[in-house]
Design a protein around this ligand. Structure first.
Ligand code: HEC
Ligand code: HEC
Ligand code: HEC
Ligand code: HEC
Length: 385
């Protein structure tokens, strides 16, 4: 069992400092870590190595989806999870709607944080990506631009932002010296950041964290910086709905950097100013790209009506049933989808018990089926109330 759950908090704050999230989108995706700890998930599931090892690590086996996905995952794995819980005498988790919403936001957010950087991988990249041709770190080298002062910036987004802002100068020098500027993938921005911070000759212990970014501020920047112009208004760039931005902050920073060359060229032709970023702007923009990239589960009330029969819900939830299960129009009412998902999850033990008595197993529920059931029940309860 985990001795120090606060480690998880320390891990997250290592990345972010503290949080300032906007109102409409998740107010604060870190809230859900409280539910994660309170309901005992952390004693079996780790986040990037911090936590229990009985279940999969949410940092490695990255969960990415909406709450229909989460419920489906938990529901379909519940048999094994429950066995372990019984063996370890762990209380079965139960949720309010708000708990479940926050839990989902938190788990979704872990993907955004990505993995911590690796210093030795960063050292290899510094040479392999030709940075070393023009830059030094760890001590001044004549004719090279020192990057030591970057040590104080903990977040890889700062490195991406600084490079973005200087990309014009970098590219020009590259052309002069016959060096092609590198592209980025995976966790490379984080690795380079880790290396620069470790190798820097700067004595300062000051640390500047990046905030997780505000998607609503990011949405504004998307217009102000001309992204909207090229990607929506006069679409010279691709439709961003077709680009996968459900990636870590570091990867999205890489996607942005990789396209800066072509973008710069397009901007020159169109006589648009090259956008530069200050403060937390790059993080804001990236968090906007991340949240607009949330995968959306499909579903329909019509399919839900069929599923309510096929999945055996109706066998209990019919008029005059002997289990005292409410008929479908008397379920709820549910404030929102998370309220429904929590109620569905909380009643699983009772349902399983009744089904087991009949020698049956609980139905498997895929995300689109969960959503369809919700849409069906919600329509029925609204009509019934
Ligand atoms: C007593 C240990 C235990 C606790 C407590 C626990 N889990 Fe699990 N969980 C497991 C195990 C074991 C699996 C793997 C089951 C399998 O492979 O079928 C699992 C699987 C999962 C999965 C599916 C992951 C995947 O993609 O394979 C999700 C999602 C999940 N758990 C969420 C949670 C959440 C959220 C909580 C807290 C509310 C929680 N679990 C609490 C043991 C636990
Ligand atoms: C061809 C030469 C060249 C290469 C290769 C190159 N840079 Fe640069 N870099 C520059 C120039 C020129 C500047 C602008 C310096 C200035 O503003 O005077 C710069 C600026 C920067 C800055 C901004 C510095 C600051 O103080 O804000 C960062 C960060 C940076 N580079 C990182 C990198 C990294 C990381 C790599 C390797 C992936 C790299 N550069 C590769 C030439 C290069
Ligand atoms: C002058 C026009 C222009 C502007 C302004 C512009 N883009 Fe682009 N963008 C493009 C073009 C052209 C491409 C396709 C080039 C390519 O395939 O690399 C592109 C591609 C992209 C991609 C996909 C990259 C990939 O890997 O497929 C993303 C993400 C993106 N832009 C985001 C942005 C954001 C965010 C902004 C605002 C800071 C922005 N763009 C501003 C023209 C523009
Ligand atoms: C074996 C019988 C049984 C089956 C099968 C069953 N339920 Fe239930 N359900 C109940 C009972 C009994 C209750 C009353 C509350 C309780 O005992 O937990 C209930 C309660 C609920 C609630 C919570 C009601 C509230 O107002 O909080 C929801 C939501 C629900 N069921 C949905 C479903 C769905 C969707 C299915 C099909 C996937 C299903 N049930 C299958 C027996 C069953």
């Amino acid at each position: 069992m985990l001795k120090n759950p606060l480690l998880l908090v320390a891990f997250i704050f290592f990345f972010l400092g503290s949080s300032a999230w906007s109102q409409q989108l998740p107010k604060n995706p870190l809230e859900g870590r409280i539910v994660f700890e309170k309901e005992g998930c952390l004693s079996c599931h780790a986040v990037n190595g911090t936590g229990g090892t009985t279940g999969p690590d949410f940092g490695k086996q990255i969960f990415s989806g909406d709450n229909y996905d989460l419920l489906s995952e938990m529901w379909n794995h519940s048999e094994k999870m429950l066995l372990v819980m019984a063996r370890t005498r762990t209380k079965r988790p139960s949720f309010t709607g708000q708990d479940f919403r926050e839990l989902g936001e938190f788990l979704y957010f872990i993907r955004y944080l990505g993995q911590p950087g690796n210093i030795s991988a960063g050292k290899r990249l510094f040479a392999g990506k030709e940075c070393i041709q023009c830059h030094s770190v760890g001590g001044a080298v004549p004719g090279k631009i020192a990057l030591d002062s970057l040590k104080i910036y903990v977040s890889p987004v700062h490195l991406a932002q600084a490079m973005w802002n200087h990309s014009n100068l970098m590219r020009r020098r590259g052309v002069r010296r016959g060096i092609k500027l590198p592209t980025f993938s995976d966790n490379e921005f984080a690795d380079l950041t880790a290396y620069i911070r470790a190798a820097s000759s700067l004595k300062s212990e000051e640390r500047i964290y990046s905030y997780p970014g505000s998607p609503t501020l990011g949405e504004k920047l998307f217009k102000e910086k001309g992204c909207y112009y090229c990607h929506v208004e006069k679409p010279v760039g691709p439709n961003l709905d077709r680009i996968n931005t459900n990636e870590s902050v570091t990867r999205i920073a890489g996607i942005m950097w990789n396209h800066s060359g072509k973008m710069e060229a397009a901007m020159k032709t169109m006589k648009q100013p090259y956008p530069s970023f200050s403060g937390n702007e790059m993080a804001d923009l990236i968090s906007y790209l991340y949240f607009r990239g949330t995968p959306k589960t499909a579903g329909s009330a019509k399919l839900g009506e069929q599923l309510f029969k096929q999945k055996g819900c109706e066998s209990c939830h019919e008029a005059g049933n002997r289990f005292n299960a409410p008929t479908v129009d008397r379920l709820g009412p549910f404030h929102d989808k998370d309220d429904f998902l929590a109620a569905l999850w909380n009643h699983a033990p009772r349902m399983e018990e009744l089904l087991l008595a009949k020698g049956k197993k609980p139905p498997v529920l895929m995300p689109n089926e969960v959503k369809s059931l919700y849409l069906f029940v919600d329509a029925k309860t609204k009509a019934g109330n």
